[in-house]
Design a protein around this ligand. Structure first.
Ligand code: NAD
Length: 471
């Protein structure tokens, strides 16, 4: 008789990171027990006292000491990005190199934003200060594991806060490796424990939000954002929430159709659609929709799919089986309700979903309402500008968006979209110094630019009566 060992009910102690393209284990980290998180936060709070007493310029200088090591490690870090979450190698390495090359300038820009400002009127001289809040929980997703960490951790640290950083459970190795040189620079300057990394999934994230932190800097899904907001309410913790999107692309009849289709192919399928500002809904003037759709299908067909480490691959896998199942569920549901598949539409091997183009859609379908986060282009047509604007704005999400058409018409339509960021004949990212900002349920707070950086600090005003003239 054979005995069957029941599955262990003991909590997992090790988090294995798995390559989504091959299923190979890339490495592992110890999971931070949920019950030890309050102690980690308490240690961060103790360390924050000395860190907050360091002048801003000196803090910047200490953090700047990590720049060389980050730069030297950027190719290896970028390769690890690809191994852990699947994006093509040039994009993984590109992300890490971009982070490393922007590192010093990021610090300089944040420091400029946090410097005190003198404001005076006829009677009062005031100093506007951007002081530390205390301990910040930084919780990040896996889709841009270097840049999301850098954009959140740096302003929070430079503002004089201590940080407890929880990278995504899909990319723990990147989280550790990116933070290591910064932790080393802090340790060498006598500020051990100012930046700590904890590992785990939603359970650790929830415990961290509920611990004694003053600020939660979160990038991730709308559902988790809503949970965080309600958990933060009890003690009125500050929150910065960068959430999901369902970005529209509006293609007007006078658009350069080839450019619009090239943009759509790039922005629907980049990172296998796992980008918060992926184009998830396309609305095309019906006068040109057939031509546009044919161009899009042709370009999508030319994208090679495979493991991110293979040369020439443009589209990698979904990050995990759960994400794959969710994307396929949305596609299958849309097809059941009458959508037509022009390309892809069925499961690939392993975690792969092939680039998919769907038409004959409507807004009753979940695929037009919920974030898909997969390589799917959904094309609908519209009769006139009014309908285009109405459809594009008909979403609880409002992160990014794009409008292609003649400059004047496209600008007019862009101004009427409710998204936080809209590109005219380009993607939605703005110039240096403009914030990354979502509207409606895509976010609560924003990132970048002086106003963005200052959300990581407590604004305070110190005032004196202006000495009277001649006194
Ligand atoms: P996710 O919300 O599942 O997880 C994000 C992080 O939060 C992970 O570290 C996870 O462990 C943790 N977490 C999950 N539930 C939590 C909870 N209730 N309390 C505290 N922590 C919790 O998101 P994901 O799948 O990692 O990332 C994809 C999502 O991130 C998409 O919705 C995407 O649009 C969004 N995103 C937004 C931006 C932006 O700038 N707006 C950028 C990148 C990604």
């Amino acid at each position: 008789m054979t005995t069957v060992t029941p599955p262990s009910t003991a909590p997992r102690t090790v988090l294995e990171s798995v390559d989504p393209a091959t299923g190979e284990v890339v490495g592992a980290v110890p999971i931070t027990p949920v019950e030890s998180i309050p102690a980690v936060v308490a240690a961060a709070r103790r360390a924050q006292v000395a860190w907050s007493a360091v002048p801003l310029e000196k803090r910047r200088e200490i953090l700047a000491r990590a720049a060389e090591a980050l730069s030297a490690d950027s190719s290896a870090l970028g390769t690890l990005v690809t191994r852990e979450m699947g994006k093509p190698l040039p994009e993984g390495i590109g992300e890490a190199k971009h982070g490393a090359s922007a590192y010093l300038e990021d610090l300089a820009e944040i420091a400029r934003s946090l410097a005190p400002i003198d404001r005076s009127d006829a009677r009062t001289c005031s100093q506007l200060r951007f002081d530390p809040l205390g301990v910040a929980a930084v919780i990040t997703p896996w889709n841009f594991p270097v840049l999301m960490a850098q954009d959140s951790v740096l302003p929070a640290l430079l503002a004089g806060n201590a940080i407890v950083f929880k990278p995504s459970e899909e990319t723990p190795l990147v989280g550790d490796r990116w933070a290591a040189p910064i932790r080393e620079a802090l340790r060498a300057a006598g500020h051990d424990e100012v930046l700590q990394v904890v590992h785990g999934d939603e359970a650790q994230g929830r415990a961290l939000v509920r611990a004694d932190v003053d600020l939660v800097v979160f990038t991730g899904s709308r559902a988790a954002g809503a949970d965080i907001l309600s958990a933060a309410a009890g003690t009125l913790k500050r929150v910065v929430l960068e959430l999901g999107g369902k970005d529209p692309l509006v293609v007007l009849a006078d658009a350069d159709l080839d450019a619009a289709a090239a943009f759509a192919a790039r922005n629907c399928f980049r990172n296998a659609g796992q980008v918060c500002v992926s184009t998830e809904r396309i609305y095309v003037d019906r006068a040109v929709s057939e031509r546009f759709t044919a161009l899009l299908v042709e370009k999508a067909r030319g994208l090679r799919q495979g493991a991110g480490t293979e040369a020439g691959v443009a589209v990698g896998p979904m990050v995990n089986a759960r994400q794959k199942a969710m994307v396929l569920r949305q596609i299958e549901d849309a097809v059941r309700r009458g959508a037509k598949v022009l390309l892809g539409g069925t499961a690939g091997e392993g975690n792969f979903v092939p680039p998919t183009v769907l038409v004959d859609l409507d807004h009753a379908m979940p695929i037009m309402r919920e974030e898909t986060f997969g390589p799917v282009a959904c094309v609908m047509s519209f009769r006139d500008e009014e309908e285009a604007v109405r459809l594009a704005n008909d979403s609880p999400y409002a992160l990014g968006g794009a409008v292609f058409g003649s400059d004047a018409r496209a600008t007019r339509v862009a101004e009427r979209l409710t998204s936080g960021m809209v590109g005219v004949n380009r993607g939605c990212g703005g110039a240096e110094g403009t914030p990354w900002v979502g509207a409606r349920q895509s976010g609560y707070g924003f990132r970048g630019g002086p106003e963005g950086h200052r959300q990581f600090a407590q604004v305070r005003v110190i005032s004196k009566t202006r000495p009277s003239e001649g006194a």
